[in-house]
Ligand binder design. Sequence first.
Ligand SMILES: [Zn+2]
Length: 340
Amino acid sequence: MDLTAFTAALPKVELHLHLEGTLEPDLKLELARRNGVDIGQRTVEEVRATYVFDSLASFLAVYYPAMDVLVTRADFRDLAMAYFRKAASQNVRHAEVFFDPQVHVARGVAFEDVVLGYHDAVLDARRELGLSAGLIMCFVRDLPVESAEAVLEQALGFRGQIVGVGLDSDERGNPPAKFAHLFARAREAGFKLTAHCDIDQENTTEHIRQALEDIGVDRIDHGTNVVEDPRLLALLTERGTGLTCCPISNSFVTDDSRAGVIADLLRRGVKVTVSSDDPAYFGGYVTENLVHLTRGADLAPDELIQLQRNAIEISWAPEEVKEDFLAELDAYEALVAPDL
Ligand SMILES: [Zn+2]
């Protein structure tokens, strides 16, 4: 069995995935037609041609306007369900997925249509695909803090649908500390906490420190620059705080997948995992990200299995989902071991 086939069939957990980043060109076109939104393109190929980026700024300039095609509760359901189908086809058994309500509310979409639409898909995924999923509401850090406060207020009414709170988008000038009071309220309300600390951002180790020490996040999205600060690395390791790493998206924003650093952290016992970030735009779901990492860092099959053990351990899945996943992973390991 070659490593690509092994990776494809491996049972997986996805922890760093932006639902709005799964808007494939064909669905974007369909939603635009459905809602009478003029996006300026008429064919899938024309839409795909706009999914080309050479910087974070050029990415964000396509990413946020694309959301205009999402209008009704059914649209949000269809977007998430298309992703869950894709994930299930790659043997993802549990997925915790981000969404950015501030951007939708600012366009006049009701908060509950966003949450309930995505939640409809979570229920359908469980029933139709046997896929377990949780929703993580992100604060969009480059929008006014007041708008983050407003969505947190609304999220308090949807504690049954939302498992955690995160922090994403443009990090420059928007450190985690700016949102510390909101994270404190979210924690008090029972939400799990995570925050993006993007690769090579200015003051990145200070941002990682704020997330770990001032906010006390349960995990960090990206965050591999922690290797630059031995004290923080020791703290992260001791606490078992996970890092959700996305090799293909790293290659887009920094010209380097950071495969070597991710593998090094894995071998040091840090709870790193591999995820797909914005797969429709970066051209790779979780299997492709694992293959990309394996090629970049010469990972062995048992290390690919360890990545999945880390992911389920640092996930916020119900205990029975964790147990079932680990049992399936053990069975997979035993089944394929003779061929490796
Ligand atoms: Zn992300």
